[in-house]
Design a protein around this ligand. Structure first.
Ligand code: TRP
Length: 335
């Protein structure tokens, strides 16, 4: 007899902060798309997280909408997956408050993202920046997800989420599913094209250091041609060849070729040829995404329809978990 196995659930949110980079794409977004067949996927735009850094209202509104459109353009399929905007699902903030009271000051103080961000924005070290991880724990735990696909930099936050869940379960009774991070072997450490020991970041002051998903073909080619490599002029992976390792990883993810096949393809050729090939592979991959994006962004009614439908769907799952938690904590139920 054929067994109908229930798909496991995954949850992941991404902050709508400006345009996504190639690093975001290879480290997270491309995987979000691929995971849609194997898992029941819950995705969201973490706009509540984004205000831990000051946002200008009109620009922020635009960025949220364009990020939503870009995610759809990349291939998040609202027929297959739930894809909502975090601020439109009030259970996230409600659960975050409760979880704040089950998260220790010491734990939050140890988070490297908090240390980095508070050092970068010394004039705005707000309480939200500090409690960011308990909101993230709420995002995850509300949906009883088994896995959380994230980049390396988020591993510590998932560990904290697990600790919060285990603590709550032990204090009351099993309530939360304790989730595991799903970190891809490849792609989650895409480096800056200008300083390949550093992560590719859209906040880099050197625009040649990162490729944005909406860069023009000319810009993309220029950035790859200028990518920092080494003086050996031989395409192969090795320790210390950070620039070439990074370009090989990008090329591998774009073409599906493994490193051995890439070394073979560029045997006897210099870095010039290799950089052009990497650039072209990126241009070709991004072309349909950019076309889709333009169409979607021009159809605001469609975008609004998508997120207005997904928010109540997300709420109806989240509400069940939130009610259970509130009851266990001892709040009076509404009659
Ligand atoms: N903190 C994550 C990041 O900066 C974004 C995020 C918010 C998230 N909530 C989440 C990721 C829940 C996974 C699950 O990348």
């Amino acid at each position: 007899m054929e067994s109908i196995e229930k798909k496991k659930r995954i949850v992941s949110l991404i902050q709508p902060t400006g345009v996504f980079t190639l690093g975001n794409y290879l480290g997270a977004l491309k995987r979000f798309v691929e995971l849609q067949d194997e898992y029941e996927c819950v995705y969201g735009l973490a706009d509540l997280h984004a205000i831990t850094v000051r946002q200008e209202a009109a620009a922020f509104r635009k960025t949220i909408l364009s990020s939503y459109a870009l995610m759809l353009a990349i291939g998040i399929d609202p027929q297959k997956s739930l894809f909502f905007i975090q601020s439109q699902v009030p259970e996230h903030s409600q659960m975050a408050w409760v979880l704040n009271c089950y998260t220790q000051f010491g734990e939050l103080s140890r988070m490297t993202q908090f240390k980095d961000k508070s050092a970068a924005h010394t004039d705005n070290v707000n309480a939200g920046l500090f409690t960011y991880p308990s909101l993230m724990a709420a995002d995850i735990l509300l949906y009883n997800a088994e896995y959380v696909p994230v980049g390396h930099d988020q591993k510590q936050h998932i560990e904290l989420t697990r600790n919060i869940a285990e603590r709550f379960n032990a204090t009351y009774s099993p309530t939360f599913v304790v989730p595991e991070p799903l970190i891809a072997a490849k792609g989650s450490r895409i480096k800056s094209l200008q300083n390949p020991t550093k992560k590719m970041s859209k906040s880099d002051e050197n625009v040649n250091a990162f490729v944005s998903l909406l860069d023009s073909p000319d810009d993309i080619m220029r950035k790859f041609k200028r990518a920092v490599t080494d003086s050996e002029a031989k395409v192969y992976c090795a320790e210390g060849k950070d620039g070439i390792n990074n370009l090989m990883e990008i090329y591998s993810l774009m073409t599906g070729l493994d490193f051995a096949a890439i070394e073979k393809e560029f045997e006897g050729k210099g870095y010039g040829d290799f950089k052009v090939a990497v650039g072209e592979s990126v241009v070709e991959k991004l072309r349909p995404i950019q076309e889709n994006y333009k169409k979607l962004l021009a159809d605001k009614a469609y975008l609004e329809d998508c997120f207005s439908k997904s928010a109540p769907e997300a709420s109806s799952i989240a509400r069940k978990t939130l009610s259970k938690v509130m009851k266990k904590v001892g709040f009076l139920p509404k009659k």
